[in-house]
Design a protein. Structure first.
Length: 620
């Protein structure tokens, strides 16, 4: 494959990886001068017509997804029996590799990854696409830390494939939802179960269910509850434990009902100090110390120490002293409490959407300290507050450290690329890569540009827009067409007059014998009512006049006595046409020898076929 060119534009550079269904190559697109990844179906799958049909349909559906956390699909093609998908090339490693290299991963880092995966799933589910094969092998981490989910739509195509691959099944069943393991109907909640497995794996460095065979693992997915993460990692944050357990509920109704709800819980967990500050080594050491302490207490075999009698007067003196000290410290404690705890509370105003200067003034007016935590590119106008922490309407004390504000730097500038001459899918992908969106897509007839190719765009190439703005474009729907008029049965003069009236040219006129009267139209191309170009042309065939029919007998035909029934077919080529089937019937051995009468005209070439085997060929 190295050096091979697919689709006259994709040059294969090197093999990246191989899986159960396909081999992935790195390639260069000559048309757009960019590096892409090409997934080529293995031959076993390519020979399964039903699978290939689903594969193309699902891949084309997945190509409609456009999201920063989803590996984009640019093209789907076939060449010399090779079926392939052209995808966005991602520099990075899989989450599976990352876990192996870095486990145990800090929980806060795993949560941030989970939020990005939820964003990808939310986009897909909104477009009615269920992934069906969420696993750490299908999640890429780019060099800048961004999550990219790949293989959308491919698992659905594989559901009914007649080809099976044990390695691929084994690798996926560890992430299957119970309903997938039972071959029941799946929905978006099945993807969330699989995401729960991925989170469990990332938190612990191991999968919740393992076994020697796919069937053994599938039964565990259906019947068993996973071990608590806190059993493996002492002191693991309870909030994260509850999130994972909810993802892994056996009944879909007990899980998160959509990716957005799961994402919100993960984002909330990121504000929990226990999650942020959790360190595996510290907690493990602490647990070990406490366990040793408890063990020492429980295993101690020393005898209890008998207390010696105390001097009563001395005891009373000590008691009085303690009471006095307690009173002093209570007084001081109350004073300190009044000073540091009894602080006025205010309700934080919601300043999202305000200009930075106005937001700062409003917060300072309430004795709150504004802090510009971040300035980011956004669709909002420059200088507008787009987020705050704490949120509006929350109560805080006036001694609260600060109110963090995120301020928009305005939209990024984006230069409009040239999409004229590209397919609609290529044009949309190119706009997305420049940070722009497809706007109004206008269909228009074109006699010169093939159907599906972009023929115009607005704004033009080189125009500067804000990131996220739209570019309108016009797509060719091919030449304008009309239905071909019915000329069969008309005289040549009548046909020519009708075509002239409709501005249709006659490309050619030919003759052949027919039972129709001489100069009568007996055939036309395009056929009656077929679509043809406006102001196009039609070729017609007219009758050269009736032919003299003759009847001949074909036989004797000897039928095999070994077959219960034989199919007899007689094909004739003569003045009435080529390869005319004039006789087709089943006969038993009792009909042998068989003689058949047929009609023809002129020189007749006759073929006799018995059960699709040529029995006789001759001329009459």
């Amino acid at each position: 494959m190295i050096g091979k060119t697919l689709g006259n534009r994709y040059i294969i550079l090197e093999e990246i990886s191989g899986g159960g269904m396909a081999v992935v190559y790195k390639a260069r697109c000559n048309l757009l001068n960019r590096v892409v990844a090409i997934k080529v179906l293995k031959q076993d799958f390519a020979e399964d017509e039903d699978f290939v049909r689903r594969f193309r349909r699902e891949a084309q559906a997945a190509a409609s997804l456009s999201h920063p956390n989803i590996v984009g699909i640019y093209d789907v093609g076939e060449e010399d029996g090779l079926y392939y998908i052209v995808m966005e090339y991602v520099e990075g490693i899989t989450l599976k590799q990352f876990i192996k290299q870095n486990a145990p991963i800090p929980p806060a880092e795993v949560v941030e990854m989970g939020i990005q995966i939820c964003d990808a799933l939310e986009c897909a589910h909104r477009n009615k696409i269920i992934h069906r094969d969420i696993k750490s092998q299908n999640i890429m981490i780019t060099s800048d830390g961004r999550i990219k989910v790949t293989d959308f739509g491919i698992a659905r195509a594989a559901d009914g494939a007649t080809i099976t691959n044990s390695d691929n099944v084994f690798g996926s069943v560890q992430y299957f939802s119970p309903e997938q393991a039972k071959s029941d109907i799946v929905d978006e909640r099945s993807d969330l179960y699989s995401l729960g497995i991925v989170l469990y794996e990332a938190f612990t460095g191991q999968l919740p269910f393992n076994g020697q065979t796919p069937v053994a693992i599938a039964l565990k997915q259906i019947q068993e509850r996973p071990a608590l993460i806190s059993d493996t990692i002492p002191g693991f944050p309870e909030e994260l434990e509850m999130i994972v357990q909810k993802c892994l509920a056996k009944s879909p109704g007990d899980r998160y009902q959509n990716a957005k709800i799961l994402k919100n819980d993960l984002m909330r967990a990121l504000t929990d100090e226990e999650v942020i500050n959790f360190k595996h080594s510290d907690n493990i050491e602490h647990t070990m110390v406490m366990n040793n302490f408890k063990n020492n207490l429980s295993t101690s075999n020393s005898k209890p120490i008998r207390k010696k009698p105390k001097n009563i007067a001395k005891g009373l003196a000590i008691a009085v002293s303690l009471v006095v000290l307690f009173g002093v410290f209570s007084y001081l404690g109350a004073a300190l409490a009044r000073k540091y705890i009894d602080v006025p509370e205010v309700i934080v105003p919601n300043v999202i959407g305000w200009q930075e200067e106005d937001a700062v003034k409003e917060l300072e007016k309430l004795n709150l300290k504004p802090n510009i935590a971040e300035r980011v590119f956004d669709k909002a106008p420059a200088g507008q507050v787009i987020d705050q922490d704490p949120k509006g309407d929350q109560k805080v004390k006036t001694t609260h450290p600060s109110i963090d504000l995120v301020v928009s730097k305005g939209p990024k500038a984006a230069t409009v690329p040239n999409i004229v001459g590209k397919t609609e899918a290529e044009g949309i992908a190119l706009l997305n890569s420049y940070g722009l969106e497809p706007g109004r897509i206008i269909p228009e007839n074109s006699p010169d540009v093939p159907e599906g190719i972009i023929i115009d765009q607005n704004p033009r190439e080189g125009f500067t827009l804000s990131e996220g703005e739209s570019v309108n474009f016009t797509v060719s729907i091919g030449p304008e067409t009309i239905n071909a008029p019915n000329l069969v049965g008309k005289t040549l003069d009548e046909a020519q007059a009708l075509l002239k009236e409709k501005n249709i040219m006659v490309s050619s006129v030919s003759k052949k014998p027919d039972q129709a009267p001489e100069n009568t139209v007996i055939e036309q191309n395009p056929k009656p009512n077929e679509a043809m170009e406006l102001n196009g042309s039609i070729s017609i065939v007219i009758s050269s006049g009736p032919v003299q029919l003759k009847e001949i007998s074909v036989g004797p035909i000897l039928l095999s006595s070994e077959s219960a029934e034989t199919t007899v077919k007689i094909v004739v080529s003569d003045d009435l046409g080529k390869n005319r089937t004039v006789y087709l019937k089943n006969h038993t051995p009792e009909d042998s020898p068989l003689n058949v009468s047929i009609e023809g005209a002129g020189e007749m070439e006759i073929e006799v076929w018995l059960d699709d085997v040529l029995y006789f060929k001759g001329e009459r």
